[in-house]
Design a protein around this ligand. Structure first.
Ligand SMILES: NC(=O)C1=CN([C@@H]2O[C@H](COP(=O)(O)OP(=O)(O)OC[C@H]3O[C@@H](n4cnc5c(N)ncnc54)[C@H](OP(=O)(O)O)[C@@H]3O)[C@@H](O)[C@H]2O)C=CC1
Ligand SMILES: O=C(O)CCC(=O)C(=O)O
Ligand SMILES: [Mg+2]
Length: 745
């Protein structure tokens, strides 16, 4: 091996941040024995804020801009990166984080709600780089293979209800259903082109008086697909109002499912219109007051309620009464936390479509209502492009009942995500129509109009790109996975959608260059692909879903939640186009509910199993790439440890007083050391770990006692987005004996 190989580990937020304090010291020691270095990069929300506002900070408060550094490293062939889930901040979260940092003495500016000066514009521009999903699209410079690891899938088949929440039965007469628009949406307005040469294009808007506003210039490459589309705000508002009436008539809950973090420009607006529709009368009556308070429904009800606090008591009571009356008149809202009165419309980040709909399906088509009871629910997804897949699975469950975890097959996803592919790379090309007029995409060189859309004021227009090299690589990975797993593969694409039609043309063309004998590869529109997939997995067969960026996101939460109870145990391999590798842990997020439990009970139910898989896979990759034998030995032993954790059920319990994340790490270390000490291939490593293993075995009861005895009490980590590290470290490493054994290595 030439130099010391490096594996980069990311410091993120919330539960995975806490867990890292306990896990990383162990991993570092094990890697060190084999001369592999762990390099740490902090991409937490707070760190990203500080890095972008260095000029507002004192010298000793400044931090390096690790996200930009990583953004460059992912284009280098030697990069090996383990990426844990991080916060994609909605605007209310970003503002909370700013407030917390300011209170801690960091003199960063407020987020400017209104743009009163050029300085405000600059600051907002800087914050917009931190808002929403600002990390994953930068790092994902390759396509991904996301799946539940085989060993975990097998364990879930054996212990179906132990790993995550169980599947509940469906009532065939359930009124739960999916509602989407039938016209006026992005699906209905999409145009798509494939560029025949490198082309500089301009996105511009022309108003009724022919005034042109230039929104953006961008360079597209030959073979690249570019789409433009918009959603009509009038059609959207009508849709919401009809769906609210309909849910009331049917006596079911009303729930809205969007991705306001990833789609950080469009979806908060779609969310805001849902609030305007649900509280139509309140907004009509109190619009002037709301204007004077600076209420912006895009930030959710929680923002509205906090702004009401600035009113006189009389006015406040009057508005609150009108809000209460609306709750009476309209269908019950799906509740995020019915005990605390937190609704679906509270904050735009509380109900993210990828994780929220699967839990409704897991729970037999039921959701919590304002009365604290479970109810059938109208699942509202405005745009048609992907809503139909959820409709297909909901209808399937009504007909065929809940899935059987002990027999169901698995779905492996091959997702087109490289180079900010498709909708998830569209936020810098998403604009609200400033007036009635026309959006145009024009070839800058010759003035040719490549596409245009006539819109009304407030409509949301967006452009999406996908590069030819990304598509080629995605097809290649799909074929490799199909061959490797020897199972069918389905491309989830809709020939009625212009974008998908362009992609289908390419797929047909590129598939010709492969030997496809004995491979079962189909292209089906998403709702049919869902039906075919469900039929296969209900029969116990495995299948590959080859999908675009959004379906990749949706499916890799959906199927794992059904198959193994949670998406925490999913694992993504991203072969970077540069030749390096990124390993993403989990398909879920940073689990804010887990932090709440940790603060209240000093019990962290975060399961680090996906991190363990990332560790073993990164070591395997080092062996494959550099033929470094010690990495192979470490990887094998690590895989053995993962199997032991699964067979001995040493993953965190949800209940206080039982094994949590820290206990899981102890067992991970014990089993890993055990396998290293029993192998014969590297005697240095063997001898090093014999003593460690003995100490860990001998002290098992004492260590468990030390880890469990701290639970049950409230803890204060002095912050949420930037807790005090010393305190977190102390809390996450409460066993003196375990710490001393770690230090011994
Ligand atoms: N890759 C990434 O960086 C991603 C980041 N996010 C971000 O994460 C934040 C939270 O998103 P949210 O939609 O609430 O979804 P989460 O995935 O964070 O949480 C949903 C639930 O999934 C379960 N869960 C997730 N991970 C684990 C784990 N390792 N161990 C045990 N259980 C787990 C928990 O269930 P239970 O409570 O039942 O234990 C959790 O409450 C947001 O800021 C979002 O933008 C979201 C998705 C991906
Ligand atoms: O980047 C994000 O905001 C979340 C991504 C996500 O949900 C996923 O990758 O599954
Ligand atoms: Mg997701």
């Amino acid at each position: 091996m030439k130099d010391r190989v490096k594996v980069i580990w990311t410091i993120t937020d919330e539960a995975p941040y806490l867990a890292t304090f306990s896990l990383l010291p162990i991993v570092k020691k094990f890697f060190d024995v084999s001369d592999i270095e762990i390099d740490i990069k902090d991409i937490s929300l707070s760190s990203r804020i500080l890095a972008n506002f260095s000029d507002f900070l004192t010298q000793d408060q400044r931090v390096s801009d690790d996200l930009s550094i990583l953004g460059e490293l992912v284009n280098k062939p030697d990069t090996i990166l383990i990426k844990l889930p991080n916060i994609s901040a909605s605007l209310p979260q970003l503002k909370d984080a700013i407030k917390e940092l300011q209170a801690k003495g960091f003199n960063i500016p407020d987020y400017p709600d209104e743009l009163k000066s050029a300085q405000d514009e600059k600051i907002r521009e800087r914050y917009s780089k931190i808002l929403g999903s600002a990390v994953n699209p930068v790092l994902r410079q390759g396509n991904n293979i996301r799946a539940v690891p085989r060993s975990i899938k097998e364990t879930a088949k054996k212990f179906p209800d132990l790993m995550g929440l169980p599947l509940k039965e469906w009532n065939p007469s359930s009124k739960t259903h999916v509602s989407h628009m039938t016209d006026g949406d992005f699906y209905g307005h999409e145009r798509s082109i494939t560029l025949t040469k490198d082309t500089r294009v301009r996105i511009e808007f022309i108003d009724k008086n022919n005034n042109i506003t230039i929104f953006k210039d961008l360079d597209l490459l030959k073979g690249e697909i570019f789409d433009g589309s918009f959603i009509s705000i009038k059609a959207l508002s009508n849709f919401y109002e009809n769906q609210i009436r309909d849910a009331k008539k049917e006596g079911i809950l009303w729930s809205l499912h969007l991705k306001a973090t990833m789609m950080k420009v469009s979806d908060p607006v779609l969310f805001g219109y849902a609030i305007r529709a649900y509280f139509k009368d309140v907004f009509a009556k109190h619009q002037d007051t709301f204007n004077s308070l600076g209420v912006n429904p895009n930030n959710g009800l929680s923002d509205l309620f906090s702004k009401l606090e600035n009113l006189s008591d009389d006015k406040k009571v009057e508005i609150k009464k009108d809000i209460e009356a609306t709750y009476e008149k309209n269908p019950g809202l799906y509740m995020v936390d019915s005990n605390k009165g937190i609704t679906n419309l509270h904050m735009p980040n509380l109900v993210l479509i990828d994780a929220s709909i699967p839990t409704i399906i897991r729970d037999g088509g039921k959701a919590w209502g304002p009365d604290g009871k479970l109810h059938d629910v109208k699942i509202v997804i405005p745009d048609r492009s992907y809503a139909t897949i959820y409709s297909a699975i909901v209808e399937d469950c009504k007909k065929n009942g809940a899935f059987d975890r002990t027999t169901m097959g698995t779905v492996i996803d091959v997702g087109l995500i490289a180079m900010k592919a498709e909708e998830y790379g569209s936020h810098d090309k998403t604009f609200l129509a400033p007036d009635d007029g026309t959006f145009r995409v024009v070839d800058v060189e010759n003035g040719q109009i490549l596409m245009e859309h006539s819109v009304e004021k407030g409509d949301i227009w967006r452009g999406c790109q996908v590069k030819d090299v990304a598509i080629k690589n995605w097809i290649q990975i799909a074929i490799e996975e199909t061959k490797k797993n020897n199972i069918p593969a389905i491309f989830w694409l809709d020939e009625n959608r212009p974008h998908d039609r362009e992609e289908i043309k390419k797929i047909r063309e590129y598939l010709k260059t492969y030997d496809l004998r004995d491979l079962d590869i189909k292209i089906m529109r998403p709702s049919d692909a869902m039906k075919a997939t469900l039929e296969l997995i209900r029969r116990g067969q495995d299948v590959i879903a080859v999908t675009g960026n959004i379906l990749r996101d949706y499916l890799s939460d959906l199927f794992p939640i059904l198959e193994v109870g949670t998406s925490a145990k999913v694992f993504s391999i991203i072969p970077l186009l540069s030749g390096g590798r990124m390993f993403e842990t989990g398909a879920g997020g940073s689990a804010p509910k887990h932090v709440e439990q940790f603060i209240n009970q000093n019990h962290l139910r975060w399961d680090s199993i996906a991190e363990f898989v990332a560790i073993s896979q990164s070591l395997k990759f080092i062996f494959d790439k550099y033929n470094y034998k010690k990495a192979f030995i470490l990887a094998n032993a690590c895989e053995g440890a993962i199997s032991d954790i699964l067979s001995n059920k040493k993953w965190p319990s949800r209940k206080v007083g039982e094994i949590d994340n820290r206990g899981e790490h102890y067992y991970f270390m014990k089993y890993w050391a055990n396998h290293l000490s029993s192998q014969q291939e590297d005697i240095d490593i063997k001898e090093k770990f014999l003593k460690v293993k003995d100490e860990l075995d001998k002290n098992e009861d004492k260590i468990n006692e030390e880890l469990l005895s701290v639970q049950g009490k409230k803890v204060d980590i002095k912050g949420y987005y930037k807790p005090e590290e010393d305190i977190v470290e102390r809390l996450m490493r409460p066993s003196k004996i375990l710490n001393s054994i770690v230090n011994m290595i």
